[in-house]
Design a binder for this molecule. Sequence first.
Ligand code: SF4
Length: 344
Amino acid sequence: MAREPSTSGSSSSISASTGFTSSVQLDMDGIIEIIRSSGAKIVGLQAPEGLKRALPNMAREISDKIGAEVIISGDPCYGACDIDLDLGKEVDLVIHLGHAELGEGPDKFIYFEASMPGDLKDAVGNSIPLLKGRRIGIATTVQHVHKLKEALKVLQDHDIQGVIGPACGRARYPGQVLGCFFGTVKGLDVEEYLFLGTGRFHPLGIALSTGKRVVASDPVTGEVAEIDPDPMLRRRWGAIARAMDSKKIAVIVSKKPGQRRWETARKVIDLGKAKGRDMMLVYLDNIEPDRLLNLGVDAAVSTACPRIALDDTAKYSVPVLTPQEFEIVIGYRRGEDYEPDECL
Ligand code: SF4
């Protein structure tokens, strides 16, 4: 079940530092009401690192107002896919903060999204000098997704038509992208894209999955830039080249519920075996470089979060590929058909 962020700005919302210059808002009234009406006596709280600082105050408030025992998940939480199933066994209800529901988790996990305060007008305004097209696809992450209509208005004021792709797949909202899903931007009849949000991974994914120019404007830092996918592609082609002669290959499957892709992994195993490679399935929770060391593999294919192969590649002593990159290694896919991995 998912709960959208409160837009009321009520005094009972909790602000949590994100480590940048801003904070996010959590609807504490809504959280208390859900727990109260569920009758839960033991409540779990789970949040990504950027929101964890809010958890002690939340736990205290829940205990004071409802009398429930509260247990905080201390493990890292990387996304909506990463729910603490062990914590779920110990409690009546888990409040999962900061992500939009993927529609795959057990009922006792209640998602409360977090919203960034402020609007997107400045971020869109900053991007205008860099935009070249007159018809622009707009995308963002869940923290800003409820403000995309403001972005359309600002573009309109500059005679630019903004287009927001419909919700689909893992994207719960129109215009929302995830690090593992870009379905909302694919196939739009636009000249280029504007990504409103923080970090380079999402706009890079938009550029790679659409093949179009992307401008990224950060509402928190005020930075704006055209995205150049070439440095990342060069790194990926380096990993593909290093894996060409690999014989012993680990195919990683994640224990995290929303990253567990057995079907994809078994397809990779079959393709590799058909090409004479020594393939093995490896089941892991947190995927760290030292987990692969003692297996003595020459390469790995990650079917877990696509960001693992793309963001963390320098940490590993062996090349870690996406399933699509492995298909290039074994000649099943042509290099010109390179595409980013997605959890579809
Ligand atoms: S698989 Fe990765 S990108 Fe997708 S929701 Fe999970 S952590 Fe985020």
